[in-house]
Write a protein that binds this ligand. Sequence first.
Ligand code: ADP
Ligand code: ADP
Length: 228
Amino acid sequence: MIEMQEVYKKYPNGVTAINGIDVRINQGEFVYVVGPSGAGKSTFIKMMYREEVPTSGTILMNGVNLAKLKMKKVPLYRRNIGVVFQDYKLLPTLTVYENVAFALEVIEAPQKYIKKRVMEVLDLVGLKHKARMLPNELSGGEQQRVSIARSIVNSPKVVIADEPTGNLDPETTWEIMKIFEEINNRGTTMVMATHNRDIVNTLKRRVIAIEGGKIVRDEQRGEYGYEN
Ligand code: ADP
Ligand code: ADP
């Protein structure tokens, strides 16, 4: 479960990006985060994977208060959260297999388990046959599928995605959404910031709209609500 209580985030330059947020997201929910550019969506999401720390307030992620998490415990915490970015952030010199295996190598999981698990998640995203390729040999959609495989290889309870389809064409976008739906169907919480009106209005899920650092709308099976 994700819970924010009276969360504020003011950047060192004086910009208040999050201006008093209270929200609760239950295990297994699928949530879209929408709103205009500069509304605070990325900051909201970055605080969930402890890329940013709130200036005040409480953020509980499965019982862990991120506002108070010690620096040395951050890597351990991050292992339990899957993160997907708009620009994939794959390691260019590693193969598809190695990119996905990386998180398991770090925790020194047994090689036999790593192989089984990596092939399992590559199969889920439909890329088992490209395990030996390098990221730059793949299309954008394929690279995003690798990054999704990487995000779930540790079986996280939560997957957080910031504009994951922002660089993809409509057809590829739907393929990516099918994979997120499948991950969510298996019980993983999905939190996704998006500007994609069609997705939000078609795959109806909870919609949290942020404007000026505040939640201005929170609806089950909500609409996108903006023109683009
Ligand atoms: P969104 O994702 O909705 O576009 P952001 O969370 O990126 O919104 O930004 C919210 C506000 O915080 C904006 O005014 C933005 O310029 C500012 N901001 C974002 N990141 C930083 C940062 N690292 N330092 C200073 N200001 C920032
Ligand atoms: P098998 O099908 O041979 O039982 P598993 O994939 O279940 O293989 O396990 C293979 C090895 O990986 C075992 O040593 C097991 O303890 C280990 N293992 C299983 N699950 C995990 C996990 N989540 N993290 C780390 N190691 C694991």
